[in-house]
Write a protein that binds this ligand. Structure first.
Ligand code: BT5
Length: 248
């Protein structure tokens, strides 16, 4: 497989979670060169956000890209507190996934705040970003050959169904890394506008669930942190940092 310049790759047949492996390598001081790509053919306990699971079925893509603190991805998104600002990375990653999947599907992938990629209204991919010791871990799962049939909040789909043919995981991974790498030095405005162009539900009424709490309003877009901007019924502007969005 062809990697972008300067990247290295570790491939596993089977692993608990590529994000967990990335964390172990960082904490063990074993990331000598980065970006480092960690991919696995099968994943036993895939992780979603907020302690949720990522159903990791055979024939799908599981990858984590580790980017060091000295790298452009961190520098470009750095805030005044000197920590890498990873809050826009899910959006940059989603658009890289979107462009990759567009090569195989006729239906344009759309983005659902904060980190989902949907095709035909169904979730095909998820992104889990973690920051460990200044390293950013970009975890990406894409359903290629299989998808969960039930038990997910949104209906799920996989690339083979959308493409109408058997797509090779390596083919998708190679393109994905290329599309991710070419966006790494994008600035805030590029990231936001590319995501917003194909975001689900801008201008529509949405419900954001935050545990017990819910906020309802018109989805206006995202701000420079990737936070969701809502206009509530009273005309007030609310900025939402986290939550699950649904359209009403
Ligand atoms: C995500 O979380 O969507 C992030 C998923 C990231 C997975 C990758 S795989 C490589 C790397 N290593 C890891 O261990 N993780 C990353 P979240 O937004 O919390 O969505 C999780 C929710 O999506 C679940 O609660 C289900 O409702 C649904 N879901 C789980 N597995 C799915 C699948 N395969 N396809 C579609 N939906 C799924």
């Amino acid at each position: 497989m062809k990697l972008p310049n300067g990247y290295s790759l570790i491939e596993y047949i089977s692993i608990d979670s590529t994000n967990l492996e990335a964390r172990r390598l960082i904490q063990g001081g074993k990331v000598k060169n980065n970006p480092l790509v960690i991919s696995a053919k099968s994943q036993i306990s895939g992780k979603g956000r907020l302690g949720r699971n990522w159903v990791s079925l055979e024939g799908n893509l599981f990858v984590s890209v580790v980017v060091g603190p000295e790298n452009r991805i961190s520098n470009k998104l750095r805030t005044t507190n000197h920590d890498p600002q990873p809050s826009l990375i899910p959006f940059l990653t989603a658009t890289a996934i979107g462009e990759t999947l567009s090569n195989f599907t006729t239906t344009k992938p759309l983005y659902k705040w904060p980190n989902d990629v949907l095709v035909s209204g169904k979730k095909i991919s998820g992104v889990l970003i973690e920051v460990i010791d200044g390293y950013v871990i970009v975890g990406i799962g894409i359903n290629i050959a299989n998808h969960p049939i039930e038990g997910t909040k949104l209906p799920a789909t996989c690339l083979n169904n959308q493409a109408g043919r058997q797509v090779q995981v390596e083919e998708v991974l190679e393109l994905l890394l290329y599309n991710l790498d070419k966006r790494i030095s994008n600035d805030t405005n590029d990231i936001i506008s590319e995501w917003t162009d194909f975001a689900y539900g801008i201008g529509k009424k949405v419900r954001v669930e935050q545990g017990e709490k819910e906020i309802i309003g018109i989805f206006q877009g995202i701000d420079e942190n990737g936070w969701l901007i809502l206009e509530t019924e009273t005309g007030r502007r609310e900025v939402v940092l986290f939550g699950d969005v649904s359209w009403i």
